[in-house]
Design a protein around this ligand. Structure first.
Ligand code: RP5
Length: 166
């Protein structure tokens, strides 16, 4: 039995990551997934990060979406402290455009996985959509909503038109 109704945690290294991570939260809102969003900095509040990871399973979290930029240790260190699935989102950084974040998150040592997504907003949204797909394995109504979402995307792509050349 879990001690909270929250199914998914969305955490980030700084409030400056919100521009990117809000795209994950928007997906959870759209699909009606109980979630929380908070700053948990690996470097500025490491004890809080470990406490968050250590409590995740008992709190009933099914996944943690973790975004960070630069020396982006948050997703990997959370994964080191919990077996709740961690999905990493590389946040664009000022000087290296998030390639540093991507490399920091994706290069986990064998045995401690972090599912790593694209740099930026698309990665944040897709991480959330991946969690929705995971939860839909045990939730037929959620599966239907995900299928409807995909169908809407397909219809929108088919309706795309292009301007005249020149
Ligand atoms: C990382 O440092 C955060 O994830 C953020 O992307 C980056 C910069 O943080 P701020 O200096 O903007 O707070 O830990």
């Amino acid at each position: 039995m879990s001690s909270s109704n929250v199914q998914v945690g969305v955490v980030m290294g700084s409030s400056s990551d919100w521009d990117t991570m809000q795209h994950a939260v928007a997906i959870f809102q759209q699909f009606g997934i109980a979630h929380e969003a908070r700053v948990v900095s690996a470097h500025r509040m490491p004890d809080d990060m470990f406490a968050y990871a250590e409590a995740a399973e008992a709190r009933g979290l099914k996944a943690i979406v973790a975004g960070a930029g630069g020396a982006a240790h948050l997703p990997g260190m959370l994964a080191a402290k919990t077996t709740v699935p961690v999905l990493g989102v590389p946040v664009p950084s000022r000087h290296l455009q998030g390639v540093d974040s991507l490399h920091s998150i994706v290069q986990m040592p064998k045995g401690v996985p972090v599912a790593t997504f694209a740099i930026g907003a698309a990665g944040a949204a897709n991480a959330a959509l991946f969690v929705v797909a995971m939860l839909a394995n045990e939730d037929a109504a959620l599966r239907q909503r995900l299928q409807a979402f995909r169908a809407e995307q397909t219809a929108a792509a088919r309706a795309m038109t292009l301007p005249p050349a020149g």
